[in-house]
Structure formats: structure tokens, C-alpha cells
Design a protein around this ligand. Structure first.
Ligand SMILES: Cc1cc2nc3c(=O)[nH]c(=O)nc-3n(C[C@H](O)[C@H](O)[C@H](O)COP(=O)(O)OP(=O)(O)OC[C@H]3O[C@@H](n4cnc5c(N)ncnc54)[C@H](O)[C@@H]3O)c2cc1C
Ligand code: SF4
Length: 387
């Protein structure tokens, strides 16, 4: 697909947005600012917009490259190496769990599937009761959720679900369990189904098309292809003074040998659930409760597949539009793991890598791809002492 649709990054860069690809640096770089933000995903993007619009001098540091709608061609073979951590093969040491995370400007929001939920009330209650987070009251958070929903175009998705989602809806109806429609953060969605390889139409309101352009428009600076290694801290470790990192080469695999230092009054670490604790561990900052790197929750996902008599074509249409929380509520929060039911997009490359079996058996299953329905059970992790 040759994408000739308008791309706001081309215009923004032409108008003078300050973006530097560190793979091109010929010497070390040192910058100063009010706030340095590590990572440009959901956390980093929102922080960058809010802080730069408040008049602060912001530098965003991202280890991925800048790829925008013109680069997105609905191709898994381009998207995984260019837009995902470890080419979408990040795994736990025992290879038991594959962890999909973004590694590009916009972070995981550039490749995520647009399902947009508020933090559930029972989760907020758990955090209040078990962790003393009293400010997290439903009513107190409501205006913040509303503000994010407005900013990111989160609303009902009124188009009929694709066949893959329809299977989930029909199954829940047959079992008599409650099913809901998923809110999506899209504006003018073409219903292509390729959110996971980067939205070519800019319909998905990821950080790439929403908060990051706004931050750059307000004067924020963006450094790409910088892997932040450590937080710089005062001698007693009590005050963060900035960050240091290594420039990566164009493909993002090797260090070029150039060092980047950003001195700042404040440091925001938003490098994701794996990246942030890794930076903290490398920085050897004080960790009075011994929790850094030990309390990572993943919502592990179990997949089940079924070959259906009718065509499903799970690669077409909004990837997730139907869900059921029925099995989250059939046992206590801290009991056996409850789970949310959803379906994923089913693209050939990721499906081939996920399928069990080899050779003829694998090929036979692959030939049935158009008839495949997949259901996800997203396990609610983190509510049990043994989590
Ligand atoms: C394929 C996929 C589908 C998903 N679908 C959904 C969905 O439909 N609905 C939903 O709610 N959630 C979904 N998610 C999850 C959601 O996108 C993430 O929970 C969210 O983006 C996390 O935000 P974050 O800011 O913590 O991290 P991220 O958005 O992952 O951003 C972290 C950024 O930090 C950068 N980084 C990491 N380490 C360093 C370092 N050392 N130096 C510099 N930069 C670094 C990374 O490259 C990345 O860009 C999905 C995720 C994926 C991968
Ligand atoms: S389904 Fe909509 S949001 Fe997703 S890639 Fe297609 S146009 Fe973009």
C-alpha cells in the first residue's frame, strides 16, 4: 500500500518542530531543561502535552524511531521490527510469556488496539483499601477520565462488530452472560483492522497524533533513538538531576558510542512497565521498600482458538469491539484469577508464531486462518499475595 494520505508529522517537521534522531549524532550531546520525560507512550505523551502547555521547557527522550502514518503500510514484517520491543518477541526468561510492547514515538499507543476502559471501580477500591491510596475515589477521578476521553476521542464505536468479535458476543448471549461494547479512541476510523501495525489513516488517537504533536507545537523537544541508561542523582540519591543515555544506530540495535546527557529540574520516567524499573535498577537509587523490579504485573493473556464453519477473516475490521467482564466478578478480587474476555486481531505472521506444531500440521492450520476465531482471557493480576 502506498500511503499518500496527509501526515501531520511531515507538516510539523517542516514548520520547525524540534526533533533530533540521535542515530545521526557525530558527537556527544548535552542538554538542559525543566523536565526530561523518558518514553513517549501513554504516560510520556500526556505528561509532555500538559507540562509543555504549562510553559515548562520539556525534553522527551525515546529509544524508538519516529515513524508516522506515511510509514505505516499494513505490513507485519515492517511493523514488528520497527515499532515493537525486541521485534515483538520480548519474552520472560523462561519464554513462558511473550510481552507485546511498543518501541517507537508514541510507544505502545502507536500499535495498540484502541480499547479504552476507565480503571474499574473495584480496582480503585482495592488500591484504596490495600495500599492506602485514598485520593483515588471514583468521583474524584471522574473529571480526569472525562478529560482524557475528550482529548483522545474515546467514545462508543457504533459500527457492527467484525465476525471475530461477533463470535464472542453470540457465545456470551448463548451462555446468558453480560457482554459490553468497547469504547475506542478513534476519529474517522476506516475499520481496516490494522491498528497493531500503526494506523495509516491517523484515525487512531494515539500519542503519535494527539499529545506529542501538541507538545512539540508548544516548544517541547524530542530526541529519538536514545536508550536511557540511568537517572542522574544527587550524592545522597534523594534528588534526580537528569538522565544519561546511549545513542542507538538507525535500526535501533547497536549503540553508536555517542552519549546523551539531559540535566533537568524534574525527571518523569514513563518507559513502560518493563523499561521504567530497568532504568531504576540500573540507576541504583535508594529503594527503601525493596520493591523496584519485583512488583511487575502483566495481565497475562490466555488464547483459545476455534475453526468456525463460516469465514471470520479476523484480520479485517476494528480489532476489539466487544468484551465481557462476567468472569471478573464470579470470585472475590483476591481469590482465583478472574478474567476479562476479548478477541484479538488475527494477522498471519503473529498467528503463525503463536500456533503450536511444525511442518505439515502447522501449514494445515495456517490454511484455515480465514475461519479462525480467537478469544482472549486477560487475567487480572496483582490482587493476590502470591501474584
Ligand atoms: C499490541 C498492543 C495492543 C494493545 N492494546 C491495548 C488496548 O486495546 N487497550 C489498552 O488499554 N491497552 C492496550 N495495550 C497496552 C497499552 O498500550 C499500554 O498499557 C500503554 O501504552 C502503556 O503506557 P506506558 O506509557 O506505560 O508505556 P508505553 O506506551 O509502552 O511507552 C513506553 C515508551 O518508553 C520507551 N522506552 C522504554 N525504555 C526506554 C529507555 N530505556 N529509554 C528511552 N525510552 C524507552 C519505549 O520505546 C516506549 O516508546 C496494548 C499494547 C500493545 C503492545
Ligand atoms: S481500524 Fe481504524 S484506527 Fe485501526 S488502523 Fe484501521 S483506520 Fe486506523
Amino acid at each position: 500500500m502506498n500511503n499518500t494520505l496527509p501526515d501531520p508529522w511531515q507538516e510539523g517537521l517542516a514548520s520547525g518542530w524540534q526533533v533530533l534522531d540521535a542515530s545521526t549524532l557525530e558527537r556527544d550531546l548535552a542538554l538542559e531543561c525543566d523536565v526530561v520525560i523518558v518514553g513517549s507512550g501513554a504516560g510520556g505523551g500526556i505528561s509532555a502535552e500538559v507540562l509543555s502547555q504549562a510553559g515548562l521547557d520539556v525534553v522527551i527522550v525515546e529509544e524508538g524511531a519516529l515513524k508516522s502514518s506515511r510509514d505505516f503500510r499494513l505490513r507485519e514484517s515492517d511493523a514488528y521490527p520497527q515499532l515493537y520491543q525486541e521485534a515483538a518477541n520480548r519474552q520472560t526468561a523462561d519464554k513462558g510469556i511473550t510481552i507485546l510492547q511498543g518501541r517507537t514515538v508514541g510507544g505502545s499507543t502507536t500499535v495498540n488496539w484502541t480499547s479504552s476502559f476507565r480503571t474499574p471501580p473495584d480496582t480503585l477500591r482495592w488500591w484504596r483499601e490495600q495500599h492506602g491510596l485514598q485520593p483515588l475515589q471514583d468521583e474524584a477521578l471522574r473529571p480526569w477520565f472525562e478529560r482524557a476521553e475528550q482529548r483522545l476521542g474515546i467514545r462508543d464505536w457504533e459500527v457492527a462488530p467484525n465476525a471475530n468479535n461477533a463470535v464472542l458476543a453470540q457465545g456470551c448471549d448463548k451462555l446468558g452472560i453480560k457482554v459490553g461494547r468497547i469504547h475506542r479512541n478513534v476519529s474517522g476510523c476506516w475499520n481496516l483492522g490494522y491498528c497493531g501495525t500503526g494506523c495509516p489513516t491517523n484515525a487512531k488517537q494515539s500519542m503519535l497524533v494527539s499529545t506529542l504533536p501538541a507538545a512539540l507545537q508548544s516548544g517541547a523537544r524530542l530526541l529519538t533513538r536514545v536508550a536511557v541508561t540511568r537517572v542522574l542523582a544527587s550524592r545522597d540519591g534523594k534528588r534526580a538531576l537528569g538522565i544519561t543515555g546511549a545513542a542507538l544506530d538507525g535500526p535501533g540495535i547497536r549503540h553508536t558510542g555517542r552519549q546523551i546527557t539531559v540535566r533537568a529540574r524534574h525527571v518523569v520516567l514513563s518507559a513502560g512497565a518493563i523499561g521504567t524499573p530497568a532504568i531504576l535498577l540500573r540507576s541504583q537509587l535508594p529503594d527503601p521498600y525493596g520493591l523496584v523490579g519485583r512488583r511487575t504485573f502483566l495481565h497475562p493473556v490466555l488464547l483459545s482458538g476455534a475453526i468456525m464453519p463460516q469465514r471470520i477473516d479476523g484480520y479485517h475490521g476494528a480489532p476489539q469491539s466487544v468484551y465481557s467482564d462476567h468472569f471478573l466478578h464470579t470470585q472475590p478480587l483476591d481469590g482465583p484469577l478472574g478474567f476479562k474476555l476479548e478477541v484479538p486481531p488475527i494477522h498471519p505472521l503473529i498467528f503463525a508464531a503463536t500456533l503450536p506444531g511444525l511442518g505439515d500440521e502447522h501449514a494445515r492450520l495456517m490454511r484455515q486462518l480465514p475461519y479462525l476465531n480467537v478469544t482472549l482471557a486477560l487475567l487480572r493480576d496483582g490482587f493476590h499475595a502470591d501474584s
